[in-house]
Design a protein around this ligand. Sequence first.
Ligand SMILES: Nc1ncnc2c1ncn2[C@@H]1O[C@H](COP(=O)(O)OP(=O)(O)OP(=O)(O)O)[C@@H](O)[C@H]1O
Length: 234
Amino acid sequence: MSDPLLSLSAVTAGYGDLYVLEDVSLRVDEGNFVAIVGPNGAGKSTLLRTIVGGTTLHDGTIRYGNDDISRTPRHEIVDAGVGYVPQDDAVFPDLTVRENLRMGGYTGDGDVDARIGEIYDLFPRLEERPDQAAKTLSGGESRMLAIGRALMPGPDLLLIDEPSTGLAPQIVDRMFERIDKIHTEGTTVLLVEQDVSAVVDSSERVYTLQNGEIGFEGSVEEFQASDDAESLGW
Ligand SMILES: Nc1ncnc2c1ncn2[C@@H]1O[C@H](COP(=O)(O)OP(=O)(O)OP(=O)(O)O)[C@@H](O)[C@H]1O
């Protein structure tokens, strides 16, 4: 088996003295679409935050490509090609759509305007409102902008925290169509989701996380046939 693009080995992490993740190991191969599913409070957001250096890492190793990034500051992880879309979107509320995208492009190579054009192709709703302040966008538009911002530097790996949060079912479907497109065009995707039904069409590999520990690990087909799928309401 070739080396994974991202791997976590026996990671135990949390917030100060609070332990949330226990002995978590997983791998994401280049070009894969991997979903981590689990109920509220399972530690899904903590897992993505841990990858980008936003928690207390008590034990274990995180590798990206050939590098150990366990103690690497977030901006260096982003520069190395990891895009991160947090659950609360983290857009600049007083900046416009276009300004937010520009800010996201500061680390990227190449023509920022051309890159913004590519984001607009992906999310035409953003193209219709380039001068609108981010704080006035709908929940779905704000989510599109957050994903667009993370895509601006042209990441190799995109981490997305619960794309379905706060969105109506139809919008969730469209959001996943877009994420599928991002994946098909060459970006490796790792996302965490509570809504199991949202991820099964898109993902190639599934992990379940419960109480901070990995339960199931396997292909989507294996997941659908498993008891874990049933317990998560699939
Ligand atoms: N900044 C923080 N400081 C202390 N504890 C935190 C912090 N963020 C999360 N936690 C705790 O860590 C645990 C896991 O939370 P996390 O947000 O990672 O779960 P989740 O699976 O993403 O849940 P949800 O689906 O509700 O977003 C919870 O008990 C939560 O209260």
